[in-house]
Design a protein around this ligand. Sequence first.
Ligand code: BGC
Length: 443
Amino acid sequence: GCVFAPSPDGMRLKRGGHFVKLWKDCEQLSDLLFSFLRLQVEQILSEFRLNKEELKEVMKRMQHEMDRGLRLETHEEASVKMLPTYVCSTPEGSEVGDFLALDLGGTNFRVMLVKVGEDEERSWKVETTNQMYSIPEDAMTGTAEMLFDYIAECMSDFLDKHHIKHKKLPLGFTFSFPVRHEDLDKGILLNWTKGFKASGAEGNNVVGLLRDAIKRRGDIEMDVVAMVNDTVATMISCYYEDRSCEVGMIVGTGCNACYMEEMRTVELVEGEEGRMCVNTEWGAFGDNGELEEFRLEYDRVVDESSINPGQQLYEKLISGKYMGELVRLVLMKLVNEDLLFNGEASELLKTRGSFETRYVSQVESDTGDRKQIYNILSSLGVLPSELDCDIVHLVCESVSTRSAHMCGAGLAGVINRMRERRCEESLKITVGVDGSVYKLHPW
Ligand code: BGC
């Protein structure tokens, strides 16, 4: 119900396809319009907010699927696979010597030399030297042979550089995908996640694939002693510092957790005594429809355009592989509703994958001067107003907060189960956490 007279020094505001000119001194009026715009934006973003009841529901459903994953008769159809890891007791800290470690599962592949020993005061000391190798797209999506040949090539390069090519070192392999173990050093890959697709690996023994590639090269020798998931590696390394660490969680390119479960409930493995670490593979929670009412239109688009549609649906709400794209889709929605960037997006912003997840962390780390946000958006080819910057900040916050809450609901599910099984009223436990999103995001 407002009428605006055009003025050369007026401010232009495009709403609903019309240009409206505001008198410069109509500050109150423009404030009102901004509040109105903000309200509309907040309305759209409110879908990302989950209340306590909803989060408790997510937690309960997670626990239900965890129970189904552990039981022999329901394991096959359960979305949360609860994979035994054959990591039964945690290390004593008495292992000494030189070890080689490999880490495959994120955007990079890492080779590491770990020297464990005692210093002059006879206290325990660990020294690591590592190198990152980026994984070429064709190694990720070609054949398993290509991928593992590349891994062996990186190992050979690393050993060369450190003049230890002649040594046959014990090797630990952190392989961050769902693996059905038969033992600590034997397990078949169930399915790839996080954009990996190398053919001929699923259904095969991963350690075997690695050993074969090493053999094909013929220039190095390794004694592969253990293969663990990254959640398990995180739990173990945290345990060295804190003996109450019995849970490991990753919020990085992917998302997952492991924890120490009572042997008697791990029906897939014989034995009743003690505890075994279970890799929950909770990223696949939701694949049987458990998350349908929580998934939004953006989540569906992200899933449908992914390499593994219908799979890893919980992970797709949370992890770094998808978070930036979720933000981009929301921004596009706001542009199309004329609520952002004057209703116009750049070609780059229209392009899938252009809003990287690290931008979400950077936007939310902005100190209030909007400089960081402005720079990110300009690099994407849009020239934002201050209000645009604030809206982008709100979008990032909404998406990452939902991610954190969803993840927290899953973790509450795991920890409450542990507490119940141990018949404790309360339980003091440490969770070892790692992953790029966890490390880079300010909150
Ligand atoms: C994988 C898990 C892994 C997680 C974090 C998921 O996609 O399935 O095995 O722990 O990513 O890297």
